[in-house]
Design a protein around this ligand. Structure first.
Ligand code: MLT
Ligand code: MN
Ligand code: ZN
Length: 305
């Protein structure tokens, strides 16, 4: 089983088009040791030909160009994207569906009923796309029960409802429902190897930690270093927690949580906001992560499991 990180940044990307924070300015001018990153998405495949796209980011067309495996060219019109699965209905995870509108026939789409309701209602992608390729939606359970993707036999999946937030446009923003955000457990049934992916995670319960501890790799919410990161930079009044993200530093933060996992579990932060100092490869914060055995995802990172 092969997993490829298509986009490792949070919404806005890195650098963000209108941002002049120290990180965005520094990566633009080349004065910082940091890699630019596209918005939040991964792809998973058993045969490196047919892929499950997990999230359709606004940068999907760039990501497809950067990933030749996603265009196997078996026919005049073709794609390696066999199906799309959504982790939530955030703009950075669903907008790319509009870019896939030339798909031949309804695009297979897997999501929880809560996420499907947001793209039917708050951000009516289902209705808009019905005038193009259309979506062939399949509702997935978010109670941790196993499901498979018809187009990708040989990949076992489990979705776990997480404590986070639905998008700002959602009628449910202030009344989150289980299933608005999921973590995805992917298992290779042959090797037994497991990867857990959760780009938006507000809280790690004991039950979730136990599930994560059974995984070989966790690819987890790396959005913010501090809970008040956006406030300190004068960019937003919102705290990380208000946006459904658990910051890395501080008491009870992501570093402390990941320290509770077995040392054999590979720990990788993903969905990194452009303000986060861990993007700078020689920053003290990045070194602190390294001391805890925590890696930082980048676009193009591949994991075999
Ligand atoms: C989030 O996960 O909070 C997002 O990256 C927000 C966004 O897409 O603007
Ligand atoms: Mn996001
Ligand atoms: Zn910035």
């Amino acid at each position: 089983m092969l997993l490829r990180v298509l986009g490792s940044s949070a919404g806005g990307g890195f650098p963000q088009w209108n941002c002049n924070c120290p990180n965005c300015t520094g990566v633009r001018s080349g004065s910082l040791k940091a890699l630019a990153r596209t918005q939040s998405s991964i792809a998973v495949s058993a045969d490196a030909q047919n892929w499950l796209l997990v999230n359709a980011s606004p940068d999907i067309l760039t990501q497809i160009r950067q990933t030749p495996q996603l265009q196997p060219a078996r026919a005049r019109r073709d794609t390696g994207i066999a199906a799309v699965l959504l982790m939530d209905a955030q703009i950075d995870h669903v907008t790319g569906l509009l870019m896939l509108r030339e798909h031949a026939g309804p695009l297979p789409l897997l999501a929880t009923k809560e996420v499907l309701s947001d793209i039917e209602d708050g951000f009516p992608l289902t209705r808009i796309l019905s005038h193009y390729c259309g979506l062939a939606a399949q509702t997935i359970p978010s109670d941790g029960s196993r499901f498979t993707v018809e187009q990708l036999p040989g990949l076992h999946l489990e979705a776990i409802a997480l404590s986070s937030k639905p998008p700002p446009y959602s009628p449910w923003r202030n009344a989150p429902r289980p299933g608005d955000n999921i973590g995805l457990l992917m298992q290779n049934p042959t090797s037994g190897a497991r990867v857990f992916y959760a780009p938006g995670l507000g809280e790690i319960t004991e039950g979730l930690l136990a599930r994560m501890a059974q995984c070989d790799v966790v690819l987890i919410d790396g959005t913010f270093w501090t809970d008040d990161e956006m406030q300190r930079l004068g960019l937003s009044a919102k705290r990380a927690a208000d946006m459904g993200h658990l910051a890395q530093s501080g008491a009870g933060g992501m570093i402390e949580q990941l320290d509770r996992l077995p040392t054999s579990t590979r720990k990788i932060l993903i969905h990194i906001n452009n303000t986060n100092p861990i993007l700078v490869e020689d920053s003290p914060q990045r070194m602190e992560l390294a001391r805890h055995g925590i890696e930082v995802a980048y676009d193009g990172l591949e994991i075999s499991f």
